[in-house]
Design a protein around this ligand. Sequence first.
Ligand SMILES: [Ca+2]
Ligand SMILES: [Ca+2]
Ligand SMILES: [Ca+2]
Ligand SMILES: [Ca+2]
Length: 727
Amino acid sequence: MKSKNINFISIIIAFILLLTSFSIFTVAQNVNGYEQLLMTYSFESPIIEEIMIDNDPYTRITIEGLSASGNFGNPRLPSDGAYILLPQATSVDDITVRSESKFLGSGFKVEPVGESIPISKICSTTLQVPDEDIYSSIEMFPGELFEEVGVYSFRGYEILVLKLYPIQYIPAKGELYFYKDIELSVNLVKDGNINPMFRNLEKDKIKIMEKVDNPEIAETYNHPEYQPIDSNDLLIITTDSLKSGFEPLENFHNANDLSTIIKTTSDIGSSNPDSIRNYIRNAYNNLHIDYVLIGADDDIIPAKDLFVRTVWWWPWSETEENMPSDTYYACLDGPYDDNGNGYYGEPNDGSGGGDVDLVADVYVGRASVGTIAEASNFVSKTIEYLFTDDPYLEDVLMVGELLNTAPLTWGGTYMDEIIDGSSANGYTTKGIPTDEYNIDTLYEKNGNWYASELISKIENGIHILNHLGHANYYSAMKLSTSSINSLTNEKLCFIYSQGCMAGGFDNGDCVAEYFTVKTDNAAFAVIMNARYGWYNPGGTDASSQHYHREFWDAVFSEKKTMIGEANHDSKEDNLYRINDDCMRWSYYALNLFGDPTVDFLNHYTNTAPLAPFISGPNNGKPGTSYSYLFRATDPDGNDVRYHIDWGDSKTETTRFGESGTDIMASHIWEADGTYTITAQAEDIFGQFSPPTTKIVSIPRYKTNNYNYNILTFLFERFQILRQILGF
Ligand SMILES: [Ca+2]
Ligand SMILES: [Ca+2]
Ligand SMILES: [Ca+2]
Ligand SMILES: [Ca+2]
């Protein structure tokens, strides 16, 4: 302990991180035996504007780079997230804050936070209505300079998440105060607990340092006794009967240095979500996995249903829902129903009544398959996508529909915020860059469009499709599940849709499943909601949009180009406002239907094997077994196998062998005739060579295996001779 203390004091670092909108000064020090983190967050000066809402004047106050968040009807004030890494084996005792206020004036009526409603619901008024209890109060609002959202952990690193409020408001007097520098003292107690999820891996340290405001504290983490058993990247969890469908994916990843293992529910001993989560946790610790693909539909390997209660529709009403969420398999710390009421994922369901773990330790996706054929569709599409270098990879489509007429609200307006990027509603996200992608739009704000137009665009090849519009379990973007099933596109797409229920994979076969597993066309992956998506009538400040924007920001700004990591990152960047209306809902509802390791920007290349060489007798007699050698070279050096058509309507597929080596297969022709043997070599990635043929006459003259062996011997010698002589 002593050495650790010294070590810790030695990390008194003056660390200034200059970002566009705020700076952070962090010091770790030891005060009276307690460790303490001092963090200073500094903010740009606020901008105050007058705006009109339904002919009433309001004040809009913004700070560059800060989201304008809060619950519906509350004064809409800028807030920011603080992500503070706690030193290892400490916990928060208390947090004190010091800051000087600057009076900005009085008589301001700050605009309220607008309400969100489910996409496809309509309203006839602007849902930006003040909560009179708050607006008539002489109490300071929010009243605290920060809210403690929770302590979450990433791979054993503990992160304190706070929501900071540099603007304070007394509604009844209209007084606004600005706190330019918020100095936080996070007082710690040493609890000596090393999080069991801590693996002491360099790759984990690199990631945590990107997630927090005080990355230097990562140096306090170590665990000399840690002994891994094995090292892997991806764990595929499926069933015994579906396993063979995923083996080509396992082979594919292993051949490309992404170490992959398949485990079945028999290996695990159960398909119960709690057992699956425990198994993943053990695999994370002992096998070092970072990614999990759940290879079965919800009725075979269920997701955990997570519970959310949220407010919507003026005047306040509530809706609640249990929704299948693979979050449970990604966020591996602690309990999810600590209060034991049978509703999982409530804000007080984590350890000791705190929030549940909402920082992913492993990145999860699902292949929601029920049959081997569906698994094969999913796997072959994933592999095909990862090999393509077709120019269609530059083609992006934004699809937007009419959401509401009064106030007029277009899905296209939301989608525009993810082209190049946006600072709408305070926070800044990077989007899909127009200098690298061809971005096409199908927007109802530009005129009505028909399903046939969308189908023809998908058929022509779209790499990335973003959607905000209407959906349910059985249709999305005006496409029914049967029209999705009829797609014939070979150029596969990724779809991110904010629509409702399209990802409700617990409800029979939903849209997401049709796109990803029911057909070997359509999409290689989608991210869709298990339940409602949410929009903000008259605006774009809604939970689904927050996640959608942060998803592409992860890919194009943070370079988290693997689809599973980008999905989870979009959630973590919004974590400081998880308790705002609808945010937890969308966090749980957004599942990835796809292989989480799929990378948007980095694809593999593969070349098909060359046509095989066939060696063996040209003739023989009926009823006798003859052996043939097959040999093909794969330019990448991949193992190859041979698909042989013996010409008598019998076919076979050999085992895989090394590129350029012989594989033997025998055949008996039962009847007289002239037969054409056709062979194609296939590499481990499923690419086929051109065919080679050889004609065999049965019978022509008598032959036997002895003759054959002589012929083979001579032929092999002849080949060598030919190589030596160079002809
Ligand atoms: Ca509960
Ligand atoms: Ca975690
Ligand atoms: Ca299903
Ligand atoms: Ca190859």
